[in-house]
Design a protein around this ligand. Structure first.
Ligand code: F6P
Length: 548
C-alpha cells in the first residue's frame, strides 16, 4: 500500500466523499449565503472564485490536516530554499529564484544563484535594448523586424503562449514567430514570410540535444546562409542561443557571446522566467517582461504566506486532487474566455501532464491512486459550440476552470458584454442544470403535447452540479499573466506533494525519443527486421513504398 493510503486524513477524505457526494452545489449556496466570501480569493488584480465547487468547511479542514500530516510547509520552503527536491535528477527546483526581486539570497551547493541570475538578466536587458534601439543591426545594416524562436516543449510553449497573450503590449514593430515541430512545413512556412536581412533566430534549448530543435536550427542556418551569400560571419549577427549547454552551442557555431545561459535547476516547462523568455522581452519590451516576472513573484509571496482557504494555488490543487482521487475525474477543462489566451491550455498541458503524469512515488513505489488528470481546453465562446455539450450532458465528470478578463483591449460596442455574459451563464448553467420537471414545464408552456413533453424532457434536462472555478482579472496585463502562470505552477507543486511524486523530471518522454532515433536510419531500408513486430515493420514498409 502506498504511503498516502496510510495517512489518516486521506482515509477521512474517503469518508467525507461518501458523506457529501450527493450534495448539490446550489444547495450549498442556500445553506451558506457567505459561501462566495469564504471560498474566493483576490490576489492582486485576479479574483479566484472557488465557491462553485463541491467542497465545504469540513472537507477543507480534512485537507488542512492532510497538508499538516504531509509536512507541506516544510516541503514548500525546501523548494524556495533550493534543496534538491528533484530527487531523480538530483537537482534543485528554482524557477522561483528567477523572479525573486526581494534581494534575499538563494543557495545551490553553497553558491548564491541570485548573482548568476542577475548577470544573465542584465545581459538579456542589454541585448533587448540594443535590438530595440537599433544599436544592433542585421548584417546588411537593417533593423530587426522579425524573431524566430526555434525550440520545443518548455522552450516553445511558454514564450509562444506569452507572446500571444501579450500581443496588445507588443512594441518596436517586431513580429514573433515560433517554430517547434520537426515537420518541415513548420519551418518552411515561417521562412516563407521572413527576410534574412532583418530576422533574428533564437535557438532555445535547455539541453541543446533535442532532435527537433537541432534539425530546425540546422535548416534555418542553411536557409540563412543560402540567402546571404554563404558568409559564415553573418551567423553571429543573426543567431543567438538560450541554453545550459555551452559546449553544444559552440559546436553548432554560435559564439558563446551570443548565448544566454540558464541552469539545470530550471525545468524546461518552468523556464519562461529564464533566458528562454527573451523572445517575450524582444516582442513586448523589457519593462513588460519584468512586469511578468513581478506578477509571478507576487503569486509566490501569496503562495508562501496564505492559509489553505485563502491560498489560490493550494485551493486549485486541493480541488484537483479531490476530484481526481475521490470523484474519479479523469480530466480537467481549461476555458479561457479571452482571444489572447488561446495557447494557455496547451501551455498548461505540458506544465501539468509532464510534471505530474507519473505512476511511481518519489521513492520508487508503484502508486495505487490516480495522479495528473488529462488537461484540455479551448478558448470560449468557440468551445461552447464544440465540446460544451459533453460538459453539460455527457456522462463524464469534468471540472472546469474558466478564465476571463473584465476589460478588452479592443472594445467594440457590446462584444465584451456578450463575451462576459457567456462566462457567467456557463458557470451558472453547469452548476444549476435544469431539472426534469423544469424541462417539462418549459415544454408545456411552449404548447407541446403530453407525449412530446415526456419524450423530449430527458433530452432537455441537465443534471448540473458540475464544478467550475472562475478566475477573473481586470485586464490581461503582463503582471496578471505572470501571476496566473505562477498560480498553476504552484498548483502542480502542491499536487505533487499530495501524490508523493517528483513533479520535476520527465523520464516518460525518453522511450519514444530513443525509438525514433533507432527507426530513422531504417527508413531507407526495405528489409523487414525480425526483432520488430509485424505492425511496426509494415508501417515502415508503407512509408518506404509511398515516399516520393
Ligand atoms: O519533451 C521533453 C522535454 O525534455 C521537455 O521537458 C522540454 O521542455 C523539451 O523536451 C525541450 O527540451 P530542450 O529545451 O532541452 O530542447
Amino acid at each position: 500500500m502506498s504511503r498516502l493510503q496510510t495517512i489518516e486524513s486521506w482515509q477521512n477524505l474517503k469518508n467525507r466523499y461518501e458523506e457529501t457526494k450527493n450534495l448539490h452545489i446550489k444547495d450549498l449556496f442556500s445553506i451558506d449565503p457567505n459561501r462566495f466570501e469564504k471560498y474566493s480569493v483576490e490576489v492582486g488584480d485576479i479574483l479566484f472564485d472557488f465557491s462553485k465547487n463541491r467542497i465545504d468547511d469540513k472537507t477543507l479542514s480534512t485537507f488542512q490536516e492532510l497538508y499538516a500530516q504531509l509536512n507541506f510547509r516544510k516541503k514548500l520552503n525546501a523548494m524556495f530554499k533550493g534543496e534538491k527536491i528533484n530527487n531523480t535528477e538530483r537537482r534543485s527546483v528554482l524557477h522561483t529564484a528567477l523572479r525573486n526581486f526581494t534581494g534575499e539570497p538563494v543557495y545551490v551547493d553553497g553558491v548564491n544563484v541570485m548573482n548568476q541570475i542577475s548577470d544573465v538578466l542584465h545581459q538579456m536587458k542589454k541585448f533587448v535594448h540594443s535590438i530595440h534601439s537599433g544599436e544592433k543591426l542585421g548584417f546588411s545594416g537593417k533593423r530587426f523586424t522579425d524573431i524566430v524562436n526555434i525550440g520545443i516543449g518548455g522552450s516553445d510553449l511558454g514564450p509562444a503562449m506569452a507572446c500571444a497573450a501579450l500581443k496588445p503590449y507588443a512594441k518596436y514593430g517586431i513580429q514573433a514567430h515560433f517554430v517547434s515541430n520537426v515537420d518541415s512545413s513548420d519551418i518552411a512556412e515561417t521562412l516563407k514570410i521572413v527576410d534574412p536581412e532583418t530576422t533574428l533566430f533564437i535557438i532555445a534549448s535547455k539541453t541543446f540535444t533535442t532532435q527537433e530543435t537541432n534539425r530546425n536550427a540546422v535548416s534555418a542556418r542553411k536557409w540563412f546562409l543560402s540567402k546571404t551569400g554563404d558568409n559564415q560571419e553573418h551567423i553571429a549577427k543573426h543567431f543567438i542561443a538560450l541554453s545550459t549547454n555551452e559546449l553544444a552551442v559552440r559546436d553548432f557555431g554560435i559564439d558563446p557571446e551570443n548565448m544566454f545561459e540558464f541552469w539545470n535547476w530550471v525545468g524546461g516547462r518552468y523556464s519562461i522566467w529564464s533566458a528562454i523568455g527573451i523572445s517575450i522581452a524582444l516582442f513586448v519590451g523589457w519593462d513588460n517582461f519584468e512586469a511578468l516576472l513581478k506578477g509571478a513573484q507576487a503569486m509566490d509571496e501569496h503562495f508562501r504566506e496564505a492559509d489553505l482557504t485563502q491560498n489560490a494555488p493550494m485551493m486549485m490543487a486541493t480541488l484537483s486532487v479531490w476530484y481526481s482521487n475521490f470523484f474519479n475525474a479523469h480530466s480537467q477543462a481549461i476555458i479561457p474566455y479571452n482571444y489572447y489566451l488561446n495557447r494557455f491550455p496547451a501551455f498548461l498541458q505540458q506544465l501539468e501532464m509532464e510534471s505530474n503524469g507519473k505512476s511511481y512515488s518519489k521513492t520508487g513505489t508503484k502508486l495505487d491512486y490516480y495522479t495528473a488528470p488529462v488537461i484540455w481546453g479551448e478558448a470560449g465562446t468557440n468551445a461552447q459550440h464544440s465540446f460544451f455539450q459533453l460538459l453539460h450532458q455527457g456522462s463524464r465528470f469534468i471540472p472546469v476552470d474558466i478564465l476571463a478578463a473584465v476589460n478588452n483591449p479592443n472594445p467594440i460596442e457590446n462584444h465584451q458584454a456578450m463575451l462576459f455574459s457567456n462566462v457567467i451563464a456557463q458557470s451558472e448553467a453547469l452548476m444549476n442544470g435544469k431539472s426534469l420537471d423544469d424541462a417539462k414545464r418549459e415544454l408545456r408552456i411552449n404548447g407541446l403535447s403530453d407525449e412530446d413533453v415526456n419524450f423530449l424532457a430527458p433530452h432537455k434536462s441537465f443534471e448540473g452540479n458540475k464544478p467550475t472555478t472562475t478566475i477573473l482579472f481586470k485586464s490581461l496585463t503582463p503582471e496578471v499573466l505572470g501571476s496566473l502562470i505562477a498560480a498553476y505552477e504552484h498548483k502542480v507543486f502542491v499536487q505533487g506533494i499530495i501524490w508523493d511524486i517528483n513533479s520535476f523530471d520527465q523520464w516518460g518522454v525518453e522511450l519514444g525519443k530513443q525509438l525514433a532515433g533507432q527507426i530513422l536510419p531504417k527508413l531507407n531500408l526495405l528489409d523487414v527486421e525480425p526483432d520488430r513486430d509485424a505492425s511496426t515493420n509494415a508501417l515502415i514498409k508503407y512509408y518506404n513504398y509511398h515516399k516520393k
